[in-house]
Design a protein around this ligand. Sequence first.
Ligand SMILES: NC(=O)c1ccc[n+]([C@@H]2O[C@H](COP(=O)([O-])OP(=O)(O)OC[C@H]3O[C@@H](n4cnc5c(N)ncnc54)[C@H](OP(=O)(O)O)[C@@H]3O)[C@@H](O)[C@H]2O)c1
Length: 297
Amino acid sequence: MRKRLMVTGAGGFVAGSIIQDAVNGWEVHGVSRSPAPVEMSNLVWHQLPEVDADCLHDVFHDIEPDALIHTAALADIDFCEANKELAEQVNTTLTRELAELCEDHDTRVVFLSTDTVFDGERGLYTEDDPPHPVNFYGTTKVRAEEAVASVGGNAVIARVALVMGLPVLGAGNSFVSRMIATLEAGKNATAPSNEVRSPVDVFTLGRALVELAGNDFLGRIHLSGNDVLNRYDMMLRIAARLGYAPDRIIAQDPSGIPGRAPRPRDVSLSNAKARAVLQTPMAGLDEGLELVLASRK
Ligand SMILES: NC(=O)c1ccc[n+]([C@@H]2O[C@H](COP(=O)([O-])OP(=O)(O)OC[C@H]3O[C@@H](n4cnc5c(N)ncnc54)[C@H](OP(=O)(O)O)[C@@H]3O)[C@@H](O)[C@H]2O)c1
């Protein structure tokens, strides 16, 4: 019999890749506020009217998962800055509730944190560097990491770098989709030249997270790509691969835009630990882009 994997935020960007990979070996239970975007064998969809602690308790007890990948979050940095109470509730409190449920039921939990836990003053952060977020989204994730660590148990804190790709099953938070939509509408796309990241493609990330759900690694791990570059250079390379002229991508310093929360300068992550402990090979930008474009419908 297959083991059961519960995935929260199942309608989101990263969850789509997790689910597509996981149905090969697990009985996957997607938990979402949205209807199932597809029907697949080995996928059971649980649509909830809202994702609060009570609903999560009920659905957790229905599923009785062997492992949980917790992707659900408010991941829009500016929205979190403007809606702190809600951001704390969704990103921190729900994570703590789920970590406690997992600990009580001997369920392995993989929690998705972020590179934005760091202040970006240095770059190439390792798992042992102390977090120091510059915005409230990062703060909610640091608090969630602390909650997961203090609950203990069979837990992984996966710090995810900027995710590069197109939605795999549903929709969600894809900067490549937004860039393509802008360019296809005949407008130029803007990109910050002062934000350095180590992007991970959505397929490698999904595979790595599913591997972590099934192995015995414990603690913090950074899931990032092999290349470090600023977001403008990243967009230029993606646009070129898609056949757009370089002058369609405009470098911008967005720090003064009203309502924009502070961003860390360089939150590139060292993926040395991931390369040492995972069988999933970490990819560079071009390799990741090939995976993404090969799956483009
Ligand atoms: N994308 C990135 O570049 C990136 C980088 C670092 C870390 N991360 C982390 O990776 C995880 C997945 O991110 P993503 O890019 O896939 O984001 P996403 O596309 O926005 O998906 C997040 C999902 O969380 C659920 N969610 C949103 N608001 C909610 C609320 N108020 N209550 C309950 N659930 C809610 C939604 O799932 P349903 O629609 O299914 O309900 C949503 O689709 C997040 O934890 C994010 O912080 C992402």
